[in-house]
Ligand binder design. Structure first.
Ligand SMILES: [Zn+2]
Length: 431
């Protein structure tokens, strides 16, 4: 057992459901055994109840639940920073040429390692990962994720039209390759499988039907929706019978409580109502939406419809893997929306970067906060002495104010430690 002495902060409540400040909790220590949190409270109380247990002191900064990224493309880790293009041009010029290279298994292995090590270094311990179009690349990702103990849900990306030829597969090979991957990786340790048509723009009705067959195996589902106006218009032309973009998935029964749709920047009310009715979640990707000029995410409309929203970095269109940066950008976007926006508090930002993602992925019984019984996935943000963040934390009035300063100023350089199921995975040795 280990007692971690730290400024422990999490969001056991839902700040969108009630008083945001009440959603926030703070304690001075956690007792961890076999990777699971057994007690939380003050350091004095835990020491008195468990005398003789070693104490690991994480002095300074905040200890937060490991971040949860609900939309991030592993094959794009080497393609960040392509600025100045809208979605479809960016895909053509930046993302897809790089994704084609993952046909080479050794290349895919190197990319998977860079991607997963990048997640850990950014404090992300759970992710819904948009996969590769190549099955051997998926084996590399899953194997490397298992090695690191990360909570990863991912799957082979499926497309049968419009994209460059090497990225296409037929519905038949999609079914066979996906079924093999599900057998090998789904529910193995902390790994799970997600059926992943790239978007209905590149997936025919036959391919989406194959996806529905795969969902029968109890796996997850993810795809893109309503990201960009040109994309939405193209989808409407490809599916003349569909009522709207969401309907292209709905007609194949792909909207479920295990479905996570990325973006949804331009939804119709009917789509929001359908998402809520089916209990599907939306991954909001703020830096990507800004970088590609996709639009300002209507968070208030999602919340008012009762849709569960979490955060995604959407690397490589997004500006990096560090979830606090996404939370800050989400805050900026809501400010820019004025009366149509939803003013976000520090509790909202922490919730969006942690527990909201765990809930979207159905993992909130295991991770996302520091409740007793949950697995100890954590990130310790402690800035270097003398840094602007250190100065600001020293002058924070309370926990909420300290969090606000973390979200405004922290970078991956402030990640002083990461724990994955109780194992110290990155950062310097705690003092
Ligand atoms: Zn994406």
């Amino acid at each position: 057992m280990t007692i971690y002495s730290a400024s422990v902060v999490d969001t056991p409540g839902d700040p969108f459901a009630g008083d945001p400040a009440a959603a926030l909790a703070q304690d001075g220590a956690l007792l961890v055994r076999d990777g699971v949190i057994r007690a939380r409270g003050s350091l004095a109380a835990l020491r008195a109840a468990h005398p003789g247990e070693p104490v690991t002191r994480l002095d300074g900064g905040l200890l937060l639940p490991g971040f949860v990224d609900t939309h991030v493309h592993f094959p794009q880790i080497r393609a960040i920073g392509g600025l100045g293009m809208p979605l479809l041009d960016w895909l053509e010029q930046c993302a897809l040429p790089e994704e084609s290279k993952l046909a080479d298994r050794a290349y895919a292995r190197a990319v998977a390692a860079e991607f997963l090590d990048g997640l850990v270094a950014s404090g992300t311990t759970t992710a819904l990962v948009f996969g590769s179009h190549f099955a051997p690349a998926m084996d590399e990702l899953f194997a490397a994720a298992a090695q690191r103990g990360l909570n990863i849900t991912s799957g082979l990306v499926l497309s049968d039209r419009i994209l460059r030829p090497e990225l296409l597969n037929s519905p038949e090979t999609a079914l066979a390759d996906s079924a093999d991957l599900i057998l090998r990786w789904h529910d193995r340790g902390r790994l799970r499988y997600a059926v992943t048509p790239r978007f209905s723009l590149s997936a025919s009705d036959e391919m989406l039907d194959a996806c529905a067959q795969l969902l029968g195996k109890g796996v997850w589902f993810t795809s893109h929706i309503n990201e960009n106006l040109a994309e939405i218009a193209t989808v409407a032309g490809l599916f003349p019978g569909a009522r709207h973009y969401l309907d292209t998935y709905g007609r194949h029964n792909l909207i479920t409580p295990r479905s996570v749709f990325a973006h949804n920047v331009h939804p119709r009310d009917a789509e929001l109502a359908t998402l809520a009715e089916h209990g599907a979640s939306v991954a909001h990707c703020p830096t990507s939406n800004c970088a590609l000029g996709s639009g300002l995410f209507p968070l208030r409309r999602h919340v008012e419809h009762g849709i569960h929203v979490a955060l995604g970095s959407d690397v490589g269109a997004g500006a990096g893997l560090f979830l606090p940066k996404e939370a800050l950008q989400a805050y900026f976007i809501q400010q820019l929306l004025g009366d149509a926006g939803l003013a976000l508090t520090p509790a909202h930002l922490l919730y969006l970067a942690t527990r909201a993602g765990a809930q979207a992925l159905g993992l909130d019984d295991r991770v996302g906060d520091f409740a007793v019984g949950k697995e100890f996935d954590a990130v310790w943000l402690r800035p270097a002495d003398g840094s602007t963040l250190a100065v600001n934390l020293r002058h924070a009035r309370d926990t909420s104010d300290a969090l606000a300063r973390i979200f405004a100023l922290a970078t991956p350089a402030d990640v002083a430690g990461v724990w994955i199921r109780g194992q110290n995975a990155a950062g310097q040795d705690p003092r």
